[in-house]
Design a protein around this ligand. Structure first.
Ligand SMILES: C[S@@+](CC[C@H](N)C(=O)[O-])C[C@H]1O[C@@H](n2cnc3c(N)ncnc32)[C@H](O)[C@@H]1O
Length: 602
């Protein structure tokens, strides 16, 4: 059986970074979407990217520039591309708990620290040696930065600055004509004239930090890095922000930032057919962190591979704003183009029918909007209340997200206060910002679960732990319900959400309930009438079926040949353990039945 502790450590530490791509992506439509199917041609890369498999091809389109197309039909769960990023940097939070070479977590005692800068840690001497060509120059810069830092909190530059430093040193060392530098230099950049003012400001700020980190005294010193002017430096930064990825753990916790020019060739769709994951499945430490592109929809020959750069659980307005600010384009994918054009309501902006017929209507935007249930056509009359609730919910989500690490109690309180209001104004679990609040609440509740071994025998303490666990389960089931409506089957975010729910259900109950109360879970996922979460054997059975579902989805999202990645293997083991436990239970019940005195025949 699982314990609380294992779950608490799986909490996603999300740090807001507009310069990196999130892997939370996708939607449920199964038809093909290519950006510019007519004006495209095979792109000549002059011998670069020879590690891209022969089944794929780099082509260009007028609308989106270079992209990757398939030459053969590919099934869901197929690994399309597998490579180690050319550059990577751990975020500051993980520098002392994860290895800076292979990015795996290691118990603190087993980590070796660089004795010079005392900032980066490694599993062992092998990992340290592998990272040495990068760290050699970084080490000096880190010491210089720490010596000049105004406070202890500012003594380590963030991961973007450290990753850009690695890029510039390596580019200089490899030489402009090397394949390494040519692939990096060919990455798309956006000149200041096409950027949003907020993005230009951010790039300028980053440029100042880089100059300080590299220890340069004047802009002319940039020449040694093959950078002719300040504008050229901003160009390099734009190339980095447009093409970098969030490096995540196998359970999608953001760990840092990385650059792979090959994976960065893939264009965006809010309705993607592939995802980028780090399943930790290579079996070789030297290969980690291994980055993989996996098909989450069947992909036909001559179809473009598209991943999502953003969180596609967000409504169109927010997706488009983020894409324009960070990537300088307006998305024209199926999901964006078709919003509001069909009868079906986008689950990201849906409210339940006022007559509870089971249908939904779109969330009203202004108080003069007249919205109707798509099924029974009943008119929503509480427009003002719904608009207010959505606005207050968004404010609370922004605040709670900002506070989640600094003041988790306050962050949790905000989610606890707002979720019942949004539920009472009929927002569906998939609707923004309710889905975002549920996911945040779930991660905060999981973090606050006590470890079972720390519980004393006190009945009150066990009861409080049980209530907290049940709250976390209800929150997790609401998240699963919402994610299931907006992401298509096999999306890694769905697989991980199901895994968390299944594991919560499998935790030993500190104080099993005798009388159960109905939960607030969405009726399409768990019936309102049935007590939720159940207790005892029915709970363990639900854990089993949820983890079975999780495993099927993980096999797609993290790749069939990877056995669903590290999490997929872990779920397989959990299922075996539950099967045994359920078997023991069944046997125990059979023994009790056999021991009962048989009723006498009359
Ligand atoms: C990571 S790069 C993708 C590869 C890029 N097309 C190239 O030629 O190197 C991201 C940039 O590609 C372009 N892009 C990606 N997806 C797009 C889309 N759906 N529509 C238009 N432009 C897109 C945008 O300019 C964006 O900033």
């Amino acid at each position: 059986m699982a314990s609380f502790t294992a779950l608490s450590t799986s909490r996603h530490r999300k740090e807001t970074k507009s310069y990196v791509k999130s892997h939370e992506s996708d939607a449920a439509v199964s038809h093909v979407s290519s950006i510019s199917p007519f004006k495209q041609g095979v792109h000549d890369e002059n011998g670069l990217f020879n590690y891209i498999p022969k089944s794929l091809e780099i082509r260009s389109s007028d609308e989106a520039g270079r992209g990757i197309w398939t030459k053969a039909t590919l099934n869901i769960g197929t690994t399309l591309l597998s490579c180690k990023p050319k550059l990577a940097a751990l975020s500051n939070t993980y520098l002392d708990s994860h290895c800076s070479a292979c990015f795996r977590p290691t118990p603190p005692t087993a980590l070796q620290r660089c004795t010079q800068c005392t900032t980066v840690w490694y599993c062992d001497a092998d990992c340290q040696n592998r990272d040495w060509s990068f760290h050699k120059l970084e080490c000096i810069a880190l010491k210089r930065w720490a010596a000049a830092a105004p406070s202890a909190e500012a003594s380590i530059p963030n991961d973007a600055i450290r990753c850009l430093g690695r890029l510039l040193w390596k580019r200089k060392k490899a030489g402009a004509s090397s394949d390494w530098a040519r692939e990096i230099n060919a990455m798309q950049s956006h000149r200041s004239s096409t950027l949003q003012p907020s993005t230009t400001e951010f790039h300028t700020h980053l440029a100042h930090s880089i100059v300080q980190y590299l220890g340069l005294l004047s802009p002319t010193d940039l020449a040694e890095f093959d950078i002719a002017s300040a504008a050229d430096l901003v160009d390099v930064i734009s190339r980095f922000t447009t093409n970098s990825f969030t490096l995540t753990s196998p359970s999608l916790t953001p760990l840092g930032v990385c650059v792979s020019p090959a994976v960065a060739l893939i264009n965006h769709s809010c309705d993607p057919n592939a995802v980028v994951v780090f399943p930790r499945s290579s079996g070789s430490v030297a290969q980690e962190p291994l980055m993989q592109v996996i098909a989450i929809k069947p992909i036909a020959a001559d179809e473009e591979i598209l991943t999502s750069y953003i969180d596609t659980t967000l409504p169109k307005s927010q997706r488009q704003q983020f894409l324009l600010e960070t990537y300088s384009f307006t998305c024209k994918c199926n999901l964006c183009e078709n919003e509001g054009k069909s009868d079906s309501v986008d689950p990201r902006i849906a409210i339940w029918c006022p007559k509870a017929c089971g249908g939904t209507s779109p969330l009203p935007v202004t108080d003069t909007d007249i919205v109707r249930c798509s099924k029974c056509k009943a008119v929503v009359t509480s427009t003002d209340a719904v608009i207010d609730a959505a606005r207050v919910g968004q404010e609370a989500l922004d605040k709670a997200t900002a506070l989640q690490f600094r003041d988790p109690e306050k962050s949790k309180q905000l989610t606890n206060n707002l979720i019942p209001i949004l539920l009472s104004t009929s927002l569906t679990p998939s609707t923004h910002p309710l889905l975002g609040l549920s996911r945040l609440q779930q991660s905060l509740l999981i973090s606050s679960l006590p470890s079972l071994s720390s519980l004393t025998g006190s009945q009150e303490e066990r009861k409080a732990a049980q209530d907290l666990l049940d709250d976390a389960i209800r929150s997790a089931s609401r998240s699963v319900s919402g994610l299931t409506a907006v992401l298509n089957e096999g999306h890694p975010v769905r697989g991980i959400a199901l895994t968390q729910l299944g594991k919560l259900l499998a935790v030993d109950e500190p104080s099993p309930k005798e009388v159960q109360q109905p939960g607030d879970a969405h009726p399409h996922f768990f019936t309102k009438a049935a007590p939720f979460p159940p207790s005892g054997p029915p709970r363990l059975k639900l854990a089993y079926t949820t983890l079975m579902r999780a495993r099927e989805e993980l096999l797609i999202g993290f790749g069939k040949s990877n056995d669903g990645g590290e999490v997929g293997k872990d779920v397989r083991e959990a299922l075996v353990a539950i099967e045994k436990e359920l078997g023991v239970w069944k046997q125990g019940v059979q023994n009790v039945i056999q021991d009962q005195p048989k009723p006498e025949k009359r």
